[in-house]
Design a protein around this ligand. Structure first.
Ligand SMILES: C[S@@+](CC[C@H](N)C(=O)[O-])C[C@H]1O[C@@H](n2cnc3c(N)ncnc32)[C@H](O)[C@@H]1O
Length: 223
């Protein structure tokens, strides 16, 4: 029974092959030329010489990345999602919007340096990452020191990693990890929706769910 479910999903995902990047096609340092060179500018006057490359690790059902793709149509977005059934929803959403500036990697990224080159990425988004609350699982958090260091090596000069969560414990541990990893905090709030950063904020599914329950949203931007 389980096998049939997986097979159906594989079939469904095949329809979106043009939006998905398989691991074997990835050449770190070449994402824009390899996967976004066919992108059409919104209009000739808005054509950008060097489009930016943004990555979201754990895109869930894709609301954030799709909104970002619409907001910045001449920049390039890579959405990473480890669960194929969830990724399928995100891909369908992006496809429905007719966006050509979002590509998907369906799989867990544990060694980001195998995916992107040093200095290749302009922004990394970690939105409502799994909390892994047990201490013995701390290394699995996307905000663990080694991962933050790996992400920061991918960043182009002056660029950023943004982390949002409703989970206060995870947020406090992330701040400690940022310090241990030696990263610089560029912006931080424990109540994003009532902060100076609210106007530019792009919501995720989890963010909407938790803020509707009255939870405050934490955000930190670092490099
Ligand atoms: C709690 S959900 C949040 C989804 C979405 N970002 C949001 O805010 O609505 C976290 C998602 O990250 C995915 N994920 C966690 N670690 C990942 C990794 N290393 N690579 C890819 N996806 C990952 C999980 O499969 C899950 O769908």
């Amino acid at each position: 029974m389980r096998q049939r479910k997986t097979k159906n999903l594989e079939e469904k995902l095949k329809v979106y092959r043009h939006l998905m990047i398989p691991k074997e096609d990835v050449r770190p340092g070449h994402w824009i030329e390899d996967f976004f060179s066919e992108m059409k500018p919104q209009n000739e006057s808005s054509r950008v010489e060097h489009p930016k490359l943004y990555v979201e690790i754990g895109c869930g059902k894709g609301r954030f990345i799709t909104s970002m793709g619409k907001r910045l149509p001449d920049d390039c977005f890579v959405a990473v999602e480890g669960q194929p059934s969830v990724a399928h929803k995100a891909i369908r959403l992006a496809q429905g919007e007719g966006l050509d500036n979002i590509k998907f990697y369906v799989g867990y990224v544990d060694r980001p340096e195998e995916m992107w080159g040093t200095g290749e990425v302009d922004g990394i988004f970690l939105n409502f990452s799994d909390p892994w609350p047990k201490k013995r699982h701390a290394k699995r958090r996307l905000t663990y020191r080694d991962r933050l260091s790996s992400y920061s090596r991918l960043l182009a000069p002056g660029r950023f990693i943004q982390f949002k969560t409703d989970n206060d414990g995870l947020f406090e541990s992330a701040l400690e990890e940022i310090e241990i990893a030696g990263l610089e905090i560029l912006a931080m709030t424990r109540d994003l929706h009532n902060s100076e950063y609210a106007a530019n904020n792009v919501m995720t599914e989890y963010e909407e769910k938790f803020s509707n329950k009255g939870e405050k949203i934490n955000m930190v931007v670092m490099r």
